[in-house]
Write a protein of this length. Structure first.
Length: 386
């Protein structure tokens, strides 16, 4: 597949987004993100955090009480987002090895497909490394067909086919209901998920998504777009044909000091998912709720708001209200977006979340990169890792 970056074409603008989607091959239709599974040191405590801090709700459970002897998993849901939090019982298991190397982090990015067996054959025949050969799992609610392939680092993609299943989540899970259910914070769906890879590997993995899964290159950012005096990175955003799945792939760029991508790679000990961007329809409500619950966000310098009005023009929100909560704004040819980033949600400076509200914009906040990087660098300096 031709992976030419259309952002380099003369007169390109984001109104041509649909043309990029059309470049994506349709041999692997994807309906959306099915779930994201994190391997964590203590799933019960992690579930309490995600419920309390981010407003997720109980959905399903698998563990000793359901006959599973080697691990336990809590499934949480908010809007269309499903998080699976899994901890091992066996010290010698793959999960334990993953935790020892990486700490808590994303292991599985599961994709909802029409035909899991075909998705596996299509991708493996194009060079993907097999993780799980196609299998059918059943219970009284029907059957799930699934299969898996490797992607960057120790991350995997599972293909999940649900058309013949009516259960709560997957066979082996039972419905989970508890008395503790803080209200949701307004999260709707996963907007995009960012992968950090090592220097020189961005094009390798961009081509992997293009050639193996049929994705197209939506936009490219180089070290001139994403840089400060001290650090820089490069990124290619890959998207599937309907635009439901967007995977930016980042690699570090040479700078005077250590970039956020290199810091991630050092502490995660290899490539992995750096952040999950989750969408909301009311970012002020979402952020105000999260801050009440103890979620920490990157600090945006007050001077950022001195010029943001000139840059983005008229918006519906009160700029003083956005400044109060540290919410950034950017505009493209199709509209504008509002976004904010949490600090890492683990002790290691690895995984964090982006909260985003789109008002027509299809872009990724390029106008905010400078302020964002300066905020991240300030946190790195506090950690002594810049």
């Amino acid at each position: 597949m031709n992976t030419t970056d259309l952002t380099k074409v003369k007169n390109y603008n984001y109104s041509e987004t649909e043309k990029i989607f059309e470049k994506a091959q349709d041999f692997l239709p994807i309906n959306g993100t099915d779930y994201v599974e994190l391997y964590v040191g203590n799933a019960k405590q992690a579930a309490h955090f995600y419920k309390t801090a981010l407003g997720f709700q109980d959905l399903a459970y698998s563990g000793l009480e359901t006959g599973v002897r080697d691990k336990t998993s809590y499934v949480l849901q908010q809007g269309k987002i499903r998080l699976v939090l899994t901890s091992p019982f066996d010290n010698d298991s793959e999960i334990s090895a993953h935790l020892k190397k990486h700490g808590d982090g994303v292991k599985v990015i599961a994709l909802w497909v029409n035909d899991a067996y075909d998705a596996y054959e299509q991708t493996v025949s194009r060079g993907a490394k097999s993780y799980l050969q196609p299998e059918t799992i059943k219970d009284e609610h029907g059957e799930i067909r699934r299969a898996g392939i490797h992607t960057y680092g120790d991350t995997i993609h599972m293909f999940i086919e649900r058309k013949n299943y009516g259960g709560i989540f997957l066979p082996g899970f039972e419905s989970l209901k508890t008395e503790y259910n803080p209200i949701p914070t307004g999260l709707k769906y996963i907007d995009h998920m960012v992968g950090n890879v090592e220097l020189g590997e961005m094009d390798i993995w961009a081509n992997f998504y293009a050639n193996t899964l049929g994705f197209a290159n939506l936009v490219t950012f180089d070290d001139k777009d994403i840089s400060t005096e001290y650090t820089a990175l490069m990124s290619k955003v890959m998207t599937n044909g309907n635009g439901y799945i967007k995977f930016p792939i980042n690699e570090p760029a040479i700078g005077k000091k250590k970039s956020q991508v290199q810091e991630y790679l050092d502490f995660y000990h290899g490539p992995g998912c750096q952040h999950i961007a989750v969408a909301t329809d009311d970012i002020v409500f979402t952020i105000s709720e999260m801050k009440k619950r103890g979620v920490e966000f990157l600090y945006v310098p007050g001077t950022y708001y001195d010029t943001v009005g000139d840059r983005v023009g008229i918006i519906e929100e009160d700029l003083e209200e956005l400044k109060k909560w540290g919410i950034m704004v950017d505009r493209d040819e199709e509209g504008y977006l509002l976004q904010i980033f949490t600090k890492p949600v683990e002790d290691r400076p690895t995984l964090f979340f982006e909260i985003i509200q789109r008002k027509g914009a299809k872009s990724f906040g390029k106008g905010n990169f400078q302020a964002l990087f300066e905020s991240i660098e300030a946190e790195q300096a506090r950690r002594g890792t810049l």
